[in-house]
Design a protein around this ligand. Structure first.
Ligand code: H2U
Ligand code: ZN
Length: 363
């Protein structure tokens, strides 16, 4: 897909397209889907819903929390007195390992398939009051080690084709509890997003013997305008096709398929880039920044996946302040997702804020 870009403001439509000014659509290379960008629209007034400002919780232990060490869970089981990370099978799992995998097909009109899988909950820390942004490097490295173990354990099972690791952060994203935790859903079949990314990456690889994200990262590093932060092994950037206002993607510089394929140094650099990304998020509006995040890694379906390039997605809902969020409704449900603020502006905002957490700054 060729996109002609005209730099600067001078160009008048329809001959030139100024991505800073003119309505346009951008192609998501990973999914093959378009996103509508309306940069001229950022000044529209807002009289809609105002969200509550969420600050990190104060207590390091909450006797009512079902994730704190030693506490009773809603499912009736008691948590151990864990001191680092803690993983357990979700008491209200959306998937069950023993489900039938039979197919139903009535006249090619009513098509269904049994789905089996495993759902787990991961506590990142025994401390109730910490978020990913407040964990610190050693604790986050322990979380990464645990993500690796889970990916290997679940992924090695013949009935698991994909291991999705993710975190919902904040009430705005539907997180049920402020205690720092994430989830794993491991399924027999490949989830929708993975199928799309799989097809795009495989097509690119077949033609070029280079991963799609290796090529994409090269262009982004040359242009620099969408880079949020970077270290020796990872880059955090606002993707050209970002859909959420402050969406970012964390991409490994080396084309590794999954976390366990990373060297110890790379894993430690992954912890550092994740910490910096979420710290910059918190600093944007000086609140505990809500998001859904997760990692896209090689499927564990027993096939070779040279095309897969590890990356993480952060999808935060906040738009212009701590209290105004983006809704994916109307045209976005019925037509195409749309954004106002450009990814270039969002990346600049995230670069401008400090890499030191606002709660750690004196004064
Ligand atoms: P979220 O905050 O992202 O919703 O994750 C919490 C998960 O924890 C949720 O899937 C599970 C819920 O089913 N859970 C338990 O397994 N046991 C409990 O005691 C409460 C919540
Ligand atoms: Zn707790």
């Amino acid at each position: 897909m060729d996109v002609t870009v005209t730099e600067g403001r001078g160009a008048s439509m329809p001959e030139g397209l100024d991505l800073k000014e003119h309505p346009h659509r951008r192609l998501n290379l990973l999914t093959g889907e378009w996103v509508l960008v309306s940069p001229h629209r950022t000044k529209r007034p807002w009289q809609g819903q105002v969200e509550k400002v969420v600050q990190p919780v104060a207590e390091s232990y909450d006797p009512q929390c079902y994730l704190c060490p030693g506490n009773m869970r809603a499912g009736g089981l008691q948590n151990p007195d864990y001191t680092s990370t803690f993983v357990f099978d979700n008491d209200f799992a959306a998937l069950l390992p023993q489900s039938s995998t039979a197919r139903v097909n009535e006249e090619n009109l009513l098509v269904a398939e049994g789905e089996s899988g495993v759902c787990r909950v991961i506590c990142f820390s025994p401390r109730h009051d910490l978020t990913l942004a407040r964990l610190g490097q050693p604790a986050l490295e322990a979380v990464i080690d645990m993500w690796c173990e889970q990916y290997l354990e679940l992924g090695s099972r013949p009935d698991i084709g994909y291991v999705q690791i993710f975190e919902n952060r904040g009430v705005m994203m539907g997180a049920s509890n402020p205690h720092p935790h994430g989830q794993i859903w491991a399924t027999r079949s490949l989830p929708n997003e993975i199928l799309k990314e799989q097809a795009a990456q495989a097509a690119w690889w077949a033609r070029r013997q280079e991963t799609l994200l290796t090529a994409y990262l090269r262009v982004e590093l040359e242009r620099a305008e969408r880079i949020v932060c970077a270290n020796q092994h990872f880059v955090s950037l606002a993707p050209f096709w970002a859909l959420w206002p402050f969406e970012t993607m964390v991409v490994s510089r080396r084309a590794v398929g999954s976390m366990p394929d990373m060297t110890a140094e790379e894993r430690s650099a992954l912890a550092a880039i994740l910490l910096e990304t979420v710290t910059r998020y918190d600093n944007l509006f000086e609140v505990s920044f809500p998001y859904s995040m997760g990692f896209h890694q090689s499927p564990t379906d027993g096939q070779p996946h040279p095309e897969w390039h590890f990356h993480g997605h952060f999808y935060p809902p906040l738009l212009r302040s701590a209290t105004v969020r983006k809704f994916m409704v109307g045209y976005e449900m019925l037509g195409t997702p749309q954004r106002d603020i450009t990814p270039e502006l969002a990346a600049a905002r995230l670069r401008e804020v400090s890499a030191t957490h606002y709660l750690d700054r004196a004064g």
